[in-house]
Design a binder for this molecule. Structure first.
Ligand code: ZN
Length: 156
């Protein structure tokens, strides 16, 4: 199924699909997750390393449609080096956008912080594809939660 998107946005998605960022699993990691989107056949394996409350490193690989793979690439570019808090904030804004069915108008600030992720705005009109766009973000969230739960950051 092809989703008709704005051509500039389509180009951003295609670029990330062809040249995914952080598309390499770090050998050492605090947590690894594997998420699938069975309705489309998308898969993502993602590893994170946390340090001092930040996402020090994140790498992934996967297979599936261009929306799922490109969205994971965009997500990784946005969150690597950011604080965990910030990464989760971004994922909330993106989740809200994806669940808006095309009805959400981003503030300039939100558009700035989502950067290339705004390219997926049009996907929100296609409920069947929303899970594709969210796959990598959900994987990041659960990997961070898992790493936070098992790491000794914060002292114990
Ligand atoms: Zn998909």
């Amino acid at each position: 199924m092809t989703v008709p998107l704005d051509s500039m946005y389509q180009q951003i998605i295609l670029d990330h699909y062809k040249h995914p960022h952080h598309h390499d699993l770090p050998a050492e990691f605090d947590a690894e997750v594997h998420h699938v989107n069975p309705t489309c056949g998308d898969e993502v394996t993602l590893r994170v390393n946390l340090a001092s409350g930040r996402i020090a490193d994140l790498g992934w690989n996967g297979q599936g449609c261009s929306i799922s793979q490109a969205s994971t690439s965009v997500m990784s570019e946005l969150v690597v080096g950011e604080t965990i808090e910030r990464a989760l904030e971004l994922s909330e804004v993106f989740l809200e956008l994806m669940q808006s069915r095309g009805a959400m108008t981003l503030t300039d600030e939100q558009a700035d912080e989502l950067d290339d992720a705004v390219a997926f705005e049009g996907v929100s009109k296609y409920p069947a594809r929303v899970k594709c766009a969210l796959l990598g973000w959900m994987a990041m969230k659960s990997a961070v939660a898992e790493a936070s739960a098992t790491s000794d950051v914060g002292g114990s």
